[in-house]
Design a protein around this ligand. Sequence first.
Ligand SMILES: CC(C)(COP(=O)(O)OP(=O)(O)OC[C@H]1O[C@@H](n2cnc3c(N)ncnc32)[C@H](O)[C@@H]1OP(=O)(O)O)[C@@H](O)C(=O)NCCC(=O)NCCS
Length: 168
Amino acid sequence: MENKQGKTPQESAVETRYLLMPQHANPKGTAFGGVIMSWIDMIAGLAAQRHTGCDVVTAGIDSLSFKEPIRIGEHVTLRASVNYVSRSSMEVGVQVTRENPYNGQKTIATTAHLTFVALDENKKPTPAPPILPQTPDEKKRYRNAELRVKSRKELLKKMQQNETEKKD
Ligand SMILES: CC(C)(COP(=O)(O)OP(=O)(O)OC[C@H]1O[C@@H](n2cnc3c(N)ncnc32)[C@H](O)[C@@H]1OP(=O)(O)O)[C@@H](O)C(=O)NCCC(=O)NCCS
């Protein structure tokens, strides 16, 4: 794999913009959650692929918070960056902003954290290059992601212990 030396979050960050059209909306005229989720998955995957330089798959969506509705005609900006790398897995954070096209007012509409796994030529998990946070914001996102990853792993372990005890 290329670039085992690692990359900064900025080097693989991705930003894109959509116009919310009627086909993206629910009957109330605001964004359909499934459409926003697919945009989030796509941009997060692009950031993970730019970071690793190899194939990646979505292993899970760890958090998704719809904070504000987005209306037809508004601009939708998505920003994704790699927050944290474990071994083959990495957390990507996505922020979705709605923008009023007439006055430029911006509001964070949705936030999400997703886990992607880097795959080798045989489609097996392979180590991802380290992430090298530089700015205070990037370092904060790294520390918070590390906490989320650790607590997810601890929760999984406890649930597996529960299952074992149930069988005994
Ligand atoms: C994700 C996947 C590759 C993991 O494969 P696996 O054989 O379970 O591999 P491992 O147990 O060795 O785990 C590999 C890594 O994935 C992580 N992982 C596995 N399942 C996970 C999950 N549900 N959520 C978060 N991380 C997960 C592990 O913690 C491990 O991380 P690490 O290497 O950083 O320590 C496999 O489950 C898969 O292919 N899933 C389907 C993916 C898919 O189709 N996505 C939708 C379309 S892109």
